[in-house]
Design a binder for this molecule. Structure first.
Ligand code: GLU
Length: 324
């Protein structure tokens, strides 16, 4: 059982790019259980930063799906699309400290065949625009607006090695220079980068615990580094396994029959979804049907499965079989 700790403040941070699917529901459930088991609070933030994902109707559906699952929150929803000022202020502080520089590289240049890639698929930046002269910057800015990159310490500098303890995946260590390189804080179209927005928001919203899918484990080092530069305390991180298809592929958003809209239409109950996901992750007995509240007292990070959860026939049957 989690220790009583009033200081825990977790968050839901969904991106409204589609209907909530089982993997998102699972991560949201664990985030909520972890906070509530510690007597803590939850904040809801809609990550609609990218205009392509900023769809109010989809966001409302996500919010309604969280409620339907039996998950609640103490503050929010906050909308990233309304928080531009906070992000601009943080970038201005990084600019003033001389930590950023304009980058004119095109996507094609960045993704050149020879470029090594970070674990999340982003090319490791080669530093092409790091040393441009002021004249060169002015000349190129007149042609097209640049993106903004954050300078990371070189590999030999200990300040660029980030070590942290994940609640489920233990000690992680990343050398920023060799594992991601100088990274974007703002895209050339002016949209603030996810890494920057998430750090600013978690800090300003008082979030102390970040629980999310383990696909974002590789973002922690960048986020911890940024938090440090901005004078924020980094939150505690807990990553959860992903839900994958039997062939190991991530459950794609296109597997529409597994989103909550489709499951709800089929008459699957929230207790069935919650119980089945919890059982598949080691947090409840097989065949469990439960509300999130009923799972709080038995929750612990050490019970949580580390391996990805395969959405196989058995899991689907547990989810959809008629009540006996
Ligand atoms: N908005 C991200 C997503 O929906 C999550 C970001 C985070 O938890 O840091 O995948």
């Amino acid at each position: 059982m989690g220790e009583k700790n009033q200081g825990v403040r977790g968050r839901f941070a969904p991106t409204p790019s589609g209907r909530m699917h089982l993997g998102n529901a699972f991560a949201a459930l664990v985030a909520w259980l972890s906070a509530r088991a510690a007597g803590g609070e939850m904040v809801l933030r809609i990550e609609d930063l990218d205009p392509r994902a900023a769809n109010r109707e989809r966001a409302e559906a996500l919010i309604e799906d969280l409620r339907w699952l039996g998950l609640d929150w103490d503050e929010g929803p906050y909308w990233q699309s309304e928080r531009g000022e906070a992000y601009a202020d943080a970038i201005a502080r990084l600019d003033a400290a001389g930590l950023t520089y304009p980058c004119f590289c095109s996507r094609a240049e960045l993704h050149a065949a020879s470029a090594p890639h970070a674990s999340d698929g982003t090319p490791i930046y080669a530093g092409t625009c790091r040393g441009l002269s002021a004249d060169e910057v002015a000349r190129r800015t007149a042609q097209r607006p640049p993106a903004t990159r954050l300078r990371v310490p070189n590999a030999a500098d200990p300040a660029g090695t980030i070590e942290f303890l994940d609640l489920r995946y233990g000690t992680n260590r990343e050398v920023l220079a060799s594992e991601c390189g100088d990274f974007l804080v703002r895209r050339s179209d002016g949209v603030v980068a996810y890494q920057l927005a998430v750090v600013v928001d978690d800090a300003l919203m008082g979030v102390t615990q970040v629980v999310r899918g383990r696909d974002l484990l590789g973002s922690c080092a960048r986020q911890i580094y940024l938090a440090g530069l901005l004078g924020f305390d980094a939150p505690q991180y807990g990553h959860v396994p992903l839900l994958v298809a039997p062939d190991g592929r991530r459950l794609a958003k296109r597997e529409k029959d597994l989103d909550l809209g489709a499951l709800r239409e089929r008459g699957v109950s929230a207790e069935r979804v919650v119980g089945t996901l919890a059982a598949a992750a080691g947090l409840a007995e097989p065949g469990c049907e439960a509300t999130p509240t009923e799972l709080v007292s038995a929750f612990s990070w050490s019970r949580l499965w580390r391996e990805d959860i395969v959405v196989n026939e058995a899991l689907l049957a547990a989810l959809t079989k008629p009540r006996t």
